[in-house]
Design a protein around this ligand. Sequence first.
Ligand code: IPM
Ligand code: MG
Length: 364
Amino acid sequence: MANYTIAVLPGDGIGPEVVNEAVETLKVISQVFNHNFTLNYGLIGGSAIEAEGTALSGFTLEVCRKSDAVLLGAVGDPRYDKPDNDIRPEDGLLAIRKGLGLFANIRPVKVYQELENNTRFKPEAIRSTDFVFVRELTGGVYFGKPKRRWETTRGRRAVDSMVYSEQEIARIVRVGFELARQRKKQLVSVDKANVLMSSRLWRQVTDEVAREYPDVTLEHLLVDACAMKLVQDPRYFDVVVTENMFGDILTDEASVLAGSLGMLPSASLAAVPGAGLKIFGLYEPVHGSAPTIAGQDIANPIATILTTAMMLRYSFNLEQEASAIETAVQEVLAQGYRTSDIINESGTIVGTSKMGQLVRSKLV
Ligand code: IPM
Ligand code: MG
């Protein structure tokens, strides 16, 4: 029997409800496949500010460091949204990414056949879209220095800096190549090399790394062109790799293809994944804390349940268990069960906990 330690950070808003369904799913997996998951809970975001005075305490970070993986719900609380607020729940997210070295954010975008009528696109334009975004998560303009605001005689000024080292570029691009190798072997690298210095370095380093992956086809795409291509022809993509802010923007755009943010899981990894490796990672749904629907048992837990599949795959190297969860989700959708964000004419509407139960019922 294998032992795995998981730090669980439910966070704010709908975070605790959806994380609960994910945790229950892990418990069923542990029984069916005979594993032992030890769960250590911690606070992050608004709930941490409330209890500990900071969006991410050293204590929580320590709990995460001592674990094999982290499961996170969502962070964000409207009470801290004022522009001049100096502690924000989102700081907890940036601090945990940086603090745990989670440089590789993996966001799969999959259009389920059952949901192809739920989007704003013509079903035939998005049918069987299935690609993976690899977003750099600990560098670029989010963290680059100088980053400050000051007064001049002619008024206020502010600066952020998009900074990348060749090592930072090479390691994230490698993640893209490794994932492409396990898929259709097509990697698109997104930059703004016609304008930005950091993008020119990005492109050069990407071409250098590409020599290690002659079996993968590499294409460079400018970020504006990529934004267009994503909605024009999403099936074009297999694996996309890009820097932090471009990835932030493009993954929100791509999420619309799936019909609901409530369907999209993500993984943030601390190393380049490769065959047979167990790597430390943080797993969270792409959606936010959705405070307006919190505590009402209506949030879609599927994204968070699917993050546990990613955890089993990338951090524990348990592919069979991961696929079992993904298949269970697919089966529940095929039977017509829907949370309110993905409801259509023929579906049966269910709440958060019922959706979780249905998925678990397919695992036993
Ligand atoms: C995301 C979010 C975060 C980001 C925010 C909440 C800081 O938008 O994970 O995409 O910009 O990275
Ligand atoms: Mg975002």
